[in-house]
Design a protein. Structure first.
Length: 155
């Protein structure tokens, strides 16, 4: 029985040592650290629209349809999957409900770091300049906040 107690004590000591060493591993210590030091450039583009010299994109609305569509992309340049949020300064009403002009969230592709959403203004917005915002929190790197916006002129 005395031998069993010594073995049990030795195993407990080894287990505590492994746990202590595991916590000291820099990978696990910094995984969700508030002291993350990586910075990633973040930008938003309307990849299928022409951009003018002032940085505004121009979108021709379809007069044959109430709604027109284009795809927007957020470039996070981040190697981790992140939820990217989107908002615009306009919405429209359909059957008494507010409809956002841009989808509100998307996730980045794990290989490219790009997130896509759709922007869908309606014809009555013709002549307006719409601001679209995008942002995300980098949960893998100290919860850093990134944001960007673009302007789209509707004609």
């Amino acid at each position: 029985m005395k031998c069993f107690n010594r073995i049990n004590t030795a195993l407990n000591a080894i287990l505590v040592l492994f746990l202590w060493m595991g916590c000291a591993d820099p990978y696990f210590v910094n995984l969700h650290s508030e002291a993350g030091n990586e910075e990633y450039p973040f930008s938003v583009e309307a990849i299928y629209l022409a951009e003018d010299e002032n940085g505004y994109y121009h979108m021709e609305l379809n007069s044959e349809s109430n709604q027109s569509f284009t795809r927007l992309v957020a470039f996070t340049n981040n190697p981790h999957v992140n939820k990217v949020m989107w908002d615009a300064d306009v919405y429209w009403i359909y059957q008494g409900e507010e409809v956002p002009a841009v989808n509100s969230a998307s996730y980045t592709d794990e290989e490219t770091g790009e997130a896509y959403t759709m922007f869908a203004p309606i014809y009555s917005m013709r002549g307006d300049t719409i601001t679209i915002w995008s942002w995300y929190y980098d949960e893998w790197n100290g919860n850093k906040y990134y944001n960007a916006s673009i302007g789209v002129v509707l004609y």
